[in-house]
Design a protein around this ligand. Structure first.
Ligand code: EZ4
Ligand code: CO
Length: 405
């Protein structure tokens, strides 16, 4: 008799921040976990899973991942969108976890095995001023990192994206009944930001990959101007220069600068980046398993990107749970066109709730050799950290108009 799913459970926990996890159990006694966390909108995915997907999973053959994916995607009629795709992603990851456990192999072996020895990751140096960022970069380099993203506060602006009070942990979502408000001036940013890259290269040289995230705030012309202005500082990538849904904007940027562009953390499907990839308008695609339909769909996007010389740079901020990070690492180590993996360490409580086999060593992450994803959830411990409502910030220009956060 074939194995079947006998239990599908949604676990919402807040060990420092909120996570939504799907845990499946099969009649053969196997279990699998999948991440369904959508920062600031977590309960929408939890409900989608609990009320609409879990009842459909019970009784299904866990081995037929392709059929289950299509059943949930086509079967919803309402295609794409972050809530639906996070829910499908959670199922997909959990099923790959089960399949690899049954095979007795770490997931990357089922994806064809290793294409490299380890997964290079980038760390996050940030600070209230340039000297503080320079010290942070030094700390990351001392730790063995070979790639560092830099973000700095902009004089005259409050609560700028990517700048944190906590030196080891950056969490933009804040607990409360309303989002925090931050302010923005593109003029102030463009005047100041090149001096950060100049200072970093002057003090630390060119022997590591330097990255920066503009977080969807510029117009195509402003982004083109910035990219051109900072070419000598040799960034590995400039991320999300403009809002990602306007794919044509990237043609303007590409016409003016050879600063590499990374985009896609807000994409949910291959359709969102089809033109960006096929027209070579970006250099790195930043989709990640949780937000883009799981291991199956992200693999498809990465393979499509490879045809056009676009490399991967998967999103890996703290709102991707250890389950999603592990899934990303199995892809990273096996894909020919891997570029770089984002890595932001989780809180100690998060690491305890999600015991895992991946480990950091000298600037690289290794997925580990445990069968499956190599991550589990400690449900008893998870229950000690109940959900706390939290929102991502909103962003206003100095005259009060809403801007992109
Ligand atoms: O703002 O993950 O590159 N990383 C990022 C992140 C995102 C958050 C949103 O939940 O842009 O910091
Ligand atoms: Co980003």
């Amino acid at each position: 008799m074939t194995d079947s799913i006998i239990n599908a459970k949604v676990i919402v926990t807040c060990p420092g921040r909120n996570f939504v996890t799907l845990r499946l159990e099969t009649s053969d006694g196997l279990t699998g976990v999948g991440d369904g966390t959508l920062n600031g909108r977590e309960l929408a995915v939890a409900t989608y899973l609990q009320d609409y997907i879990c009842p459909l999973l019970v009784g299904r053959d866990p081995e037929q991942i392709n059929d289950t994916w299509q059943y949930l995607y086509r079967g919803a009629y309402w295609r794409r969108g972050p809530v639906t795709m996070c829910a499908i992603a959670a199922v997909d990851m959990a099923l790959w976890d089960i399949k690899a456990k049954r095979a007795g192999m770490p997931l990357y072996q089922l994806l064809g095995g290793r294409a490299r020895n380890g997964v290079m990751v980038y760390g996050h140096a940030n600070g209230r001023d340039i000297p503080q960022v320079l010290d942070e970069v030094a700390a990351y380099l001392d730790h063995g990192y070979q790639a560092v993203r830099v973000q700095v506060a902009i004089p005259g602006l409050d609560a700028v994206y990517g700048v944190s009070e906590n030196r080891t942990f950056y969490e933009p979502a804040t607990v409360g009944e309303r989002p925090q408000e931050s302010t923005w001036s593109t003029e102030a940013y463009l005047r100041f930001i090149p001096s950060l890259f100049e200072a970093v290269r002057e003090r630390h040289g060119f022997g590591f990959r330097l990255l920066h995230d503009a977080h969807h705030r510029l117009t195509p012309t402003e982004a083109a101007k910035l990219g051109k202005r900072i070419e000598d500082y040799d960034l590995f990538w400039l991320e999300d220069p403009t809002p990602a849904e306007d794919q044509d904007a990237f043609r303007i940027i590409k016409q003016h600068t050879v600063t590499p562009i990374a985009v896609g953390e807000v994409f949910n499907t291959i359709w969102d980046c089809q033109r960006l990839i096929s027209e070579r308008l970006i250099d790195f695609i930043r989709v990640t398993p949780v937000h883009a339909g799981g291991v199956s769909h992200v693999k498809r996007i990465a393979e499509y990107a490879d045809l056009y010389g676009v490399r991967t740079g998967f999103h890996g901020a703290t709102d991707m749970s250890p389950v999603c990070l592990a899934a990303a690492l199995h892809l990273d180590i096996s894909l020919p066109n891997f570029g770089l993996q984002e890595y932001m360490t989780h809180t100690e409580q998060t690491n305890e709730v999600f015991p895992h086999s991946y480990r950091f060593e000298n600037g690289f992450l290794h997925p580990g050799e445990e069968p499956g994803l190599g991550v589990d959830i400690d449900e008893k411990l998870a229950a000690r950290y109940p959900y706390r409502k939290a929102y991502l910030p909103v962003n206003r220009l100095l005259d009060g108009s809403m801007h992109n956060w």
